[in-house]
Design a protein. Structure first.
Lengths: 209, 519
């Protein structure tokens, strides 16, 4: 279970998050729904350890991880514009997290093919990231985030920038993949239908959730 | 386009390409290639030139890494000022940098390779900050964040994400620093002593002291070929590693106290590294022997240090010689560079050729340019060696690309239909041209003129060949003063270097607006 308690984040004395609390149970997919500019992304960054909050704490399975650096939190994140590494091919993007953990080469290789199959990109291993379509790039980003087996996966507007049809198909696929891998996840979105398709539970985050 | 380009093309052909061709011809026709390359001692010169350049480059990249990072990624009060300050050493005359480190380093370091290398690092940190910093500033912050959430420690992020993505700029910076340190002349002359000649120093020594012009020509062609290989490698490495980056990147304020402390420490260290040599140089000009004194400054105007003992060089006269040359060189560079920029902007494909052609003198060592001119313009009707204008012309050759670089972006940013628009609003064609183009180009032209003046004031390598006695420029006078025994000439050398330092720094401060990193 991942929990944020009383998070406060101020940028230049303006409070972006003002005592925000949220929790997600194991294997639950939670959607944070709200208009842009209410600090949803900022909250994800706090949970991931990319941003140190001015106040508040983050707990994972009953342990305070507030001072644990991002790379030791085992909290994965899928970014709005994918942020695939442009100097690596698809397979090396997906393998990145496992390589950082220094897992054996054979294990990495088999897990990469397994994940590419899961997201429907069999045979894309040596493709360069700039040769991917918008939908394919999202799938690679998902596979990459799942590869190291994060305790919780944070999804920051993962399906923006796609046309409607592709968006709806990917939303269903995303939901299926999260269930198949029994992943605990927090989804940030401004799209009510997307939240309904993917999440088990939806929380409305307006100015003050 | 042809009319506009005529003067720049003719100037380049006569004063750069012709001398270069003469050098080649001299080497290919002569029998001195074998003799020169087999000469005893050459191996030592080549070896020193190479290893000091490699060590200087590696150290510059290490030392410049943190300032490049902090200035690219963090927002803090005085950021622009620090950026400007870091750039100053790079534009400083080489003899001033040499003099500053002569003043700063303990006597035990004088005439040593260490001294040369330390000065090279100080000189070139700006290259790291400008080139690598510019790329670092556009590296999307989320890219490194993504790596962190995948379990990469800060060190792993640096190794697997940041360094590979910065590779094009690292290759560019490494090759620029290598080119400058491989062809280093002024710094080596002042700090290296007789025991540490670089190829550039050896070329000058053969040509001007031994009279072995053929040998000097062979060595300068050898150097030219080496530089060509480096440039080729660098452009290939840059092309190969280039990737498109998507995502936002903006410098941000430090958030935690720890972050604030280390950013402040890094900036303080950078500022001290940049300022200390300059301050010590000025301070040392007030010391004669082991006491404080204005003696060096008050005797700058006389070429006798003691009644009857002449220096052979008049520091005060060199100041005026330098200023006169700088004015002429600036006028030539601004006219030729302005015309060239207009021609390049007007013509698309051929424009690029002219642009590249004008950049060539920058990639050629100063000594090679001087030597080429010396052996080309020695027969009537082109016997121009004794002409005073050959010096500012040589300076203009190196300065013109800076004018082009500074004017061209502004020229290209003027939309095609602005002048017609002004005319439809009732402006006469002349007035429209004035309002639309000239006014917008004023500032970049002034910046280009500033760079040209700074370059002319500090030029040393080519001037060594072209100068005539009685018309020594400041860098030459400084080199001679610092090379003499005795406390007074040395203090005078520091004083004159301080004058040159302050003049150049003032010009750069006015001309240079470092927004490269913000772009």
């Amino acid at each position: 279970m991942l929990e944020a308690r009383g998070i406060v984040v101020r940028f230049d004395d303006r409070a972006v998050l003002d005592h925000v609390s949220v929790e997600v149970a194991d294997r639950e997919v939670l959607a944070l729904l709200g208009p842009s500019g209410v600090g949803k992304t900022t909250l994800l960054r706090v949970l991931a350890g990319l941003l140190v909050p001015d106040e508040g704490s983050v707990w994972l399975d009953g342990v305070d991880i507030s001072s644990v650096p991002a790379h030791r939190r085992h909290i994965g994140m899928m970014f709005q514009d994918e942020q695939l590494f442009p100097h690596l091919d698809v397979a090396r993007n997906v393998a990145f997290g496992m390589r950082m953990q220094r897992r054996p080469r054979a294990e990495i290789q088999s897990r990469v093919s397994e994940l590419l199959e899961l997201v429907g990109l069999v045979g894309f291993e040596s493709r360069r990231t700039n040769r991917l379509s918008g939908g394919e790039a999202k799938r690679v980003a998902l596979a990459r985030a799942l590869a190291p087996g994060p305790a919780v996966l944070l999804l920051d507007e993962p399906l923006t920038g796609l046309d409607r049809e592709l968006h709806d198909r990917l939303a269903v696929d995303l939901s299926t993949v999260l269930r198949a891998t029994a992943t605990t996840a927090i989804l940030v979105t401004h799209d009510r239908d997307e939240a309904a398709t993917i999440a088990d539970r939806t929380v409305w985050q307006a100015d003050r959730p | 386009m042809p009319a506009l380009a005529a003067l720049p093309v003719a100037g380049l052909a006569v004063f750069y390409l012709w001398p270069l061709a003469t050098l080649w011809a001299r080497v290919l026709n002569g029998s001195s290639v074998g003799d020169t390359l087999r000469a005893p001692g050459l191996g030592r010169v080549l070896w020193f030139t190479l290893w000091q350049a490699v060590v200087s480059t590696v150290l510059t990249m290490i030392v410049g890494f943190v300032p490049a990072y902090v200035l690219a990624r963090y927002r803090f009060a005085g950021r622009r000022a620090v950026l400007a300050l870091v750039t100053v050493p790079f534009m400083l005359p080489t003899v001033v940098v040499g003099a500053a480190f002569l003043a700063l380093l303990p006597d035990g370091w004088h005439s040593s390779a260490r001294a040369v290398i330390v000065a090279h690092v100080f000189f070139n940190v700006a290259v790291m900050v400008r080139l690598v910093g510019a790329m670092w500033a556009v590296l999307p912050t989320d890219l490194t964040a993504a790596a962190r959430t995948l379990g990469a420690s800060p060190a792993q992020v640096l190794r697997h994400i940041v360094l590979p993505l910065l590779r094009p700029s690292l290759a560019a910076a490494a090759s620029v620093v290598f080119l400058f340190t491989f062809t280093s002349f002024g710094v080596v002359r002042i700090l290296g002593g007789a025991a540490h000649p670089t190829l550039e120093v050896e070329i000058a020594r053969r040509a001007t002291q031994l009279g072995d012009v053929d040998g000097a020509a062979v060595l300068s062609i050898l150097q030219l070929l080496t530089l060509g290989i480096v440039v080729w490698w660098s452009s290939r490495a840059q092309r190969r590693a280039a990737v498109a980056l998507v995502g936002r990147a903006a410098p941000r304020r430090a958030r935690s106290d720890r972050e604030r402390r280390w950013v402040a420490a890094a900036i303080a260290a950078t500022v001290i590294l940049m300022v200390l040599p300059m301050v010590v140089l000025v301070a040392r000009s007030f010391r004669v022997g082991d006491h404080w004194s204005f003696h060096a400054w008050s005797t700058l105007g006389a070429d006798e240090i003691r009644p009857g003992v002449s220096l052979g060089v008049d520091p005060f006269a060199s100041l005026f010689a330098s200023l006169r040359f700088a004015v002429v060189a600036t006028i030539i560079s601004v006219c030729v560079g302005g015309l060239a920029a207009a021609a390049i902007a007007a013509a698309r494909r051929h424009g690029r050729l002219l642009d590249a052609g004008l950049m060539l003198p920058l990639g050629t060592s100063a000594v090679t340019i001087g030597l080429g001119m010396l052996i080309t313009f020695d027969t009537p009707p082109f016997d121009w060696r004794a002409e005073w204008w050959l010096v500012p012309l040589g300076h203009a050759l190196v300065a013109t690309p800076f004018v082009v670089r500074s004017v061209l972006p502004a020229l290209r940013s003027i939309p095609d239909d602005q002048r017609p628009a002004a005319i439809t609003l009732g402006a006469t064609p002349m007035k429209a041209w004035w309002e639309v183009e000239v006014r917008r180009l004023g500032r970049p032209l002034a910046a280009g003129a500033g760079f040209a003046a700074a370059i002319s004031l500090g030029e040393f390598g080519a001037t060594t060949f072209l100068t005539r006695s009685g018309r020594e420029t400041m860098p030459i006078a400084i080199d001679r003063l610092l090379g003499r025994a005795g406390d007074v000439p040395r203090a005078q050398g520091f004083a004159l270097a301080a004058v040159l330092l302050i003049t150049t720094a003032a010009i750069i401060a006015v001309a240079d607006r470092p927004d490269v990193v913000d772009a």
